[in-house]
Design a binder for this molecule. Sequence first.
Ligand SMILES: [Zn+2]
Length: 859
Amino acid sequence: MLKRTLLNLLLFFTSALLTLPAIAQKEGLAYYLPQNVQLNPAIPTPDSVLGWQVGEWHVSHDKLVEYMRVLAQTSDRIQLQTTGYTHERRPLILLTITHPSNMPRLQEIQQKRQLLVNNPQSVSDAELSSMPAVSYMGFSIHGNEASGSNAALLTAYYLAAAQGPEIEQMLQDVVVLLDPSFNPDGLQRFSSWVNAHKSKNEVSDPQNRELNEAWPRGRTNHYWFDLNRDWLPVQQPESQARLKIFHNWKPNVLTDHHEMGAGSTFFFQPGVPSRNNPLTPAATYELTKAIAQYHVEALDAIGSLYYSEEDYDDFFYGKGSTYPDVNGAVGILFEQASSRGHAQESSHGILRFPFTIRNQFTTTLSTLKATHALKQRLLEHQRWFYQSAQKEAAADPEKGYVFGAAGDAVRPLELVEMLRRHKIEVYKAAEAPSVQGSKISSENSYVVPLNQPQYRLIKAIFETRKTFTDSLFYDISAWTLPLAYNLPYKALDRKELGRLMGEKIETVQLPAGTVNGGRSSYGYILPWQPLYAPKAVNQLLQKDLRLRVITEPVQHAGTTFGRGSVWIPVQSQDMGADSLYSLVSRVAAQNNLQIQSVGSGNTGGVNLGSPSLLSVAQPKVMIAVGDGVSSYDAGEIWHLLDQRYDIQHSLVPVERVRAADLSRYNVVILPDGNYGSAVDAVPALKEWLREGGTLIGLQGGARWMAQNGLSNAKYKKVQNQDSLRGPQPYATLDQRRGAREMGGAIFQAAADTTHPLLWGYTSPNVSLFRTNTHVLEATNSLYAHPLRYTQNPVQAGYVWPGHLENLKGSPAVQVSTIGRGRAIVIPDNPAFRAFWRGSERILINAIFFGTLIDSRSTK
Ligand SMILES: [Zn+2]
């Protein structure tokens, strides 16, 4: 009853809106919808709720949710759920759309589908035929590729309103999971921009402000992450909520609707066949191709141009159209030429927003038609996928993997958590394994057996592939996760697996943090190896404690506290011993840390009153943002400081640096970027450096420092040596140019763990991720490069041989002294996409300890 009243109220308001003359209904819904379809008049059309026809304005996320809620209230074909929330607390909504007769048995359908994965042999052909297929339709993961989410309005309306035996049958045989906005925060940001700049008269000039979004643009989420790279790392709340739904349902098809440049047409997968991930079975691509036939027919029918197989690829499992391929499903990428705003001139004529929406909507329907027609084949594929995974696991000489860490319980557990998000089973190690020569304690070690349904995905996560059939990559070429977490790991044979496999992990429990030895009237030592030690130290600094960092190892109570450990003396504080104890206890508990109580300064190694212990200041960080800075890289640093470590920071646009009061900060970070018009900022930064600041440049930011006298670092020229000499056929140009790109690969560097930038590291090698070809020139200094690429540095991924030669033995960090300040250049990205947890500590060390680096070491 309540539903009815609400609806009437709503219809009253919206019909009042509809009488407004400003609402142009030029073409109406008929432009989009298939012809000759009966529509249920009781289902509210999008314009009756939005107040304008789809395509006239860009739908905001709020409006999108409003319409979907109204639909769910009026249609018995739709159930709406909130699966999670974005960083900006927008609801992530999902519509389950199917025949009303399927609604009471959704849970039963889900459970049956789990059998296809976990016990495929047990599903008979008859049972298979009686199962519905599941199609997960996802839109606009890039918020400024908005034709997808606007097409979702039409998709939901059509599936609720269309009548007749064809749709009835389809809804009986298919469960549609409609995810109308993969990236609500980005969609909201983008829709605000284009709607705010729309003129009454159509303006299609590509230079118009409407078509040129301000930094950081709407592509990414709140922290400027590309969510279409996060399906594998699963670090963002949007991905975490989505993956839960994905694995509850185990869909057969997943669509991923994007946009590309205005001058293009429409693309659908398959992508470039030579760039398929070899771990995905060929059958997946055959199915993608079979589904593509339905897009061909549908786009031909409306006269739209398109292409396939020439572009994009299915290599990196972190993308939405590729992740399903390694999960028994078929992922499909759609790319529509973008009008960006409401209209844009292009070489194909004026590209209007409604046209782009229509192509997305049309291929949504063709996907559903294909899912319905190929239902049996899709379900058989899914059953076969998991049966064949069992066989491949049985034939594989590798039977599992073990990984762990010395001195840090949390970092390996973060990887365990990530694996479990992919429904990968993880076990505790029954005994301490010996991995890469280092003995790791059994409680910090974990075992992943390969004989489980996610066999192929586990291989993808642990493999270190270095040879490829193609040398072009749409994104990164390697993502070996234990290397990303800097965890020693190794493959296990049957015997080793049997010996090491302990208890299965059902829930991830972080170790309880405590103060070993209880209250002290002398002081406490906080070890620096654990992942969240810096967060704990920052919390103590925020309480105005006077802390000192241990620069020479200290022995106490049978334990060695390495360099970087932080000494918390009772006598130096303004608070009493009891207050200090309760603060330290709280910080230990909150950060799952073992803090050591100390009763005497007469420790082994150096004493705790030693002059070698240095004061630590609370970081006050400025991160450069805005035009000229890469929003991805700036966002990664922002996310790192804000979400992971609660470190005080300001985001300051580069063009404001010149006039900014830099004395508010003791650390300035220049993320990757070209710093196009930032030359004005140089004198201010130089002055601030001389006064004792720590300037940290990463990738392009580092290079810009070197070019502008903000560092003594020198860069090597990229060598143009090429294994093939002499003239080459014109047709090979693309391939040869592309092969020199550094899509992203993993490299090993040798670390001097006595240097402040490497404090807390226990192993002599660190894995680094790099996406550029910037290579530092080594200087004659004995101490200025505490991290260097090894002579054989490639651990995983594709690298052009010329770049590799250049990189061998080169510095991975360089420190200079300018006045009383330190300038630290890091040519790589130590906090890549929030999952590169193993090298983020280099940046964190630079923030906390950069100022402590002895100036003599930088000469
Ligand atoms: Zn996109």
